[in-house]
Write a protein that binds this ligand. Structure first.
Ligand SMILES: C[S@@+](CC[C@H](N)C(=O)[O-])C[C@H]1O[C@@H](n2cnc3c(N)ncnc32)[C@H](O)[C@@H]1O
Length: 256
């Protein structure tokens, strides 16, 4: 990867920066490095309070996984099983505990909402950069008094989801949740900052239909596919659909 470099923000972060640079196979600019576009379009800032990705030469807010601020903090107070369409999409309410495999974990926001509403969530993410941000956010959540109980219901693995699913004997009694990255022009939700930033870093998930087929063949009780509100559906007709503010959840229940 030569589009990203690692930048430690203090002496205390140098060892962690070395470790991350080696893990990603990118260069570490060191404490006094002055990053410019020759070092990469993005910088992974390593600070004592966590990781963030900054766009080189831009004033845009760095991308970071933080379950304790902004929209996540708001939803922690205001979300309920009744007002979150995602809760009904995965079937919370029908069962006392729902185990969800979030096969496209990204920034972990949907996983966090599901865990907050009582689900056990297995998060999978294939992008090594997103995986680093997610691990970092989860670690901070686990250390926070306010979030530790929720974080305890979330586990994370860096994995390509189809490969992971095929390694499981069956996902009977699980829900597989999919929120692939669509091309910017068709994903209205992507006009929002974080997702647009993510798309610049990792691109779109063009082969999501393969992942959808894999999820459907996994034995999962249901597969939930999150889509932009007005996007076309996949070739299989959903059992039902639920509309949120910017997204739609197409729900496919396994026929017995
Ligand atoms: C739109 S984002 C998900 C956002 C997430 N729902 C959230 O609330 O933050 C899609 C993510 O899925 C990941 N992804 C796509 N296909 C994948 C696959 N086959 N296996 C694992 N991760 C995948 C991408 O790398 C990206 O980070």
């Amino acid at each position: 990867m030569n589009y990203l470099c690692v930048v430690p923000m203090s002496t205390a972060c140098q060892a962690r920066s070395d470790e991350i640079a080696e893990r990603l196979g990118v260069s570490n600019l060191g404490l006094n490095g002055k990053p410019n576009h020759t070092h990469g379009d993005f910088q992974l800032l390593v600070a004592e309070d966590g990781l963030a990705i900054k766009k080189t030469g831009s004033n845009q807010k760095p991308l970071r996984v933080d379950f304790n601020t902004g929209s996540m903090a708001y939803r922690r107070v205001h979300s309920s099983r009744r007002n979150e369409a995602i809760a009904r999409a995965v079937g919370i309410g029908k069962k006392s505990t729902v185990t969800v495999v979030d096969a496209t974990a990204g920034l972990g926001k949907d996983s966090f909402i599901l865990a907050m509403l009582g689900c056990s969530v297995i998060m999978l993410e294939r992008s090594p950069i997103m995986a680093l941000l997610l691990e970092d956010g989860l670690r901070r959540a686990a250390e926070s008094d306010a979030l530790a109980e929720i974080a305890a219901r979330m586990t994370f693995e860096t994995a390509e989801a189809c490969e992971w699913i095929k390694r499981q004997q069956t996902l009977c009694n699980h829900v597989v949740y999919l929120d692939p990255m669509f091309p910017a022009k068709s994903q209205s939700a992507l006009s929002r900052g974080d997702m647009q930033f993510m798309q610049e870093i990792i691109g779109s998930d063009e082969e999501f239909e393969d992942l959808f087929s894999c999820a459907r063949a996994s034995g999962a009780d249901r597969v939930v596919l999150k889509r932009p509100l007005r996007a076309e559906g996949v070739s299989v007709k959903p059992t039902f659909s639920l509309k949120g503010k910017a997204s739609r959840f197409d729900v496919f229940i396994r026929e017995l």
